[in-house]
Ligand binder design. Structure first.
Ligand SMILES: Cc1ncc(C[n+]2csc(CCOP(=O)(O)OP(=O)(O)O)c2C)c(N)n1
Ligand SMILES: [Mg+2]
Length: 285
C-alpha cells in the first residue's frame, strides 16, 4: 500500500465533505477548515485510537479542536470514519441539526470538547492530558489551535501549565495560516517567532509543511515516540482555504457565503483532483 497516496485520498475526501456541507448551508467557516484536511486525514487514519461504534470509550485518545470554527473539518473526518452517517453533513449549522457550526461535545458523536470561544481548548486538552497521567493510562491528547487564537492569554497559561506538569502525552498543532478573522496576524496581533516561544516555555517545538501528509505523519509519529517530559507543539505552515483555489484566492475567506456558482467551481476543482487520485467524492446536492 502507498501510504502517502492513501492519506492524500483521505484528505481529499475530507475537503469534499467540507465543501459539500458548507454549500448545503449556503456558507460558513471554510478557509480555516479546508487547510486542516491533511492533518485530520493523518490523525484519524493513523493515530487516533477511537471507536466510532463507542465514541465514549474510556481509553480513547482525545482530540480538542480549540479553533472551534473548524467544526466542518472535524465533522467531515468523523462522518468519513463512521461516527455518524455522511448524509448528516447536509444539516450542518441548520436549525435543529445535531451538527452546530462550532464543535459540540454534547451533540456530535466523536467530539471531545465544545469549543468556539477561542483560547479555551488548550486548557481542556491540558486537563485531559493531566488526568490521563494521573490515571496512568497511555492515552494521547491532541489539540488544534489557531494563530489568531494564540492572541488569547489563556493559551499561554495552558502552555505554562502543560510544561509544569510535564505533559508529554499532549501534542498540539498550530494552524499557522497567517490569517485570522479581520486580516493577517501581522496586522492584528503578531505572533513573533512562535516556534522559539514554545521552546522558551519548555516545549518541544517544530515547524512543518501543513499540506504534506508525509511530513505530518512522520512528525506526529516521532512526537508520540519521543518522551522527554515535555509537551509538543507542531506548527503547521498552511494557507487558509488550501486545496480549493477558488476559495483560497478570496482575500478574506474566513466565513463566506457559498453561491451556487462558487460551489460549482469548488466541486469542479475537487472532482479534477479526485480523478487524478482515483477517489469518489460524495456530494450532497
Ligand atoms: C474568545 C473569542 N474571541 C473572538 C472570537 C471571534 N473569532 C472567531 S474565529 C476568529 C479568528 C481566529 O483566527 P485563527 O485562530 O487564526 O483561526 P483561522 O481563522 O485561521 O481558522 C475570531 C476572532 C471567538 N470565537 N472567541
Ligand atoms: Mg489563522
Amino acid at each position: 500500500m502507498n501510504l502517502e497516496l492513501e492519506l492524500k485520498k483521505s484528505a481529499l475526501k475530507i475537503r469534499g465533505a467540507i465543501v459539500a456541507a458548507i454549500a448545503a448551508k449556503g456558507g460558513g467557516h471554510i478557509g480555516g477548515s479546508l487547510d486542516l484536511a491533511e492533518l485530520f486525514a493523518v490523525l484519524y487514519d493513523e493515530y487516533m485510537r477511537v471507536d466510532p461504534l463507542n465514541p465514549q470509550w474510556h481509553e480513547r485518545d482525545y482530540l480538542v479542536c480549540s479553533k472551534g470554527h473548524a467544526g466542518p473539518a472535524l465533522y467531515a473526518a468523523l462522518a468519513l470514519k463512521g461516527f455518524f452517517p455522511y448524509e448528516m453533513l447536509r444539516t450542518l449549522n441548520q436549525e435543529g441539526s445535531m451538527l452546530p457550526g462550532h464543535c459540540d461535545r454534547i451533540k456530535v458523536p466523536g467530539v471531545d470538547a465544545t469549543t468556539g470561544s477561542l483560547g479555551q481548548g488548550l486548557s481542556i486538552a491540558a486537563g485531559l492530558a493531566l488526568a490521563a497521567k494521573l490515571s496512568k493510562t497511555d492515552q494521547r491528547v491532541f489539540c488544534i489551535t489557531g494563530d489568531g487564537e494564540s492572541a488569547e492569554g489563556q493559551i499561554w497559561e495552558a502552555v505554562q501549565f502543560s510544561a509544569h506538569y510535564k505533559l508529554d502525552n499532549l501534542i498540539v498543532f498550530l494552524d499557522w495560516n497567517k490569517m485570522q478573522i479581520d486580516g493577517s496576524n501581522d496586522e492584528v496581533m503578531s505572533l513573533g517567532d512562535v516556534k522559539e516561544k514554545y521552546k522558551a516555555f519548555g516545549w518541544n517545538s517544530c515547524l512543518i509543511d501543513g499540506s504534506s501528509v508525509t511530513q505530518i505523519n512522520e512528525t506526529v509519529g516521532n512526537a508520540i515516540e519521543y518522551k522527554n517530559g515535555k509537551p509538543t507543539m507542531i506548527i503547521l505552515d498552511t494557507i487558509k482555504g488550501y486545496g480549493v483555489s477558488c476559495v483560497s484566492s478570496i482575500k478574506n475567506n474566513h466565513c463566506i457565503g457559498f453561491s451556487q456558482n462558487l460551489y460549482l467551481q469548488a466541486k469542479g476543482e475537487l472532482e479534477t483532483q479526485a480523478e487524478q487520485l482515483g477517489v469518489n467524492l460524495k456530494w450532497l446536492d
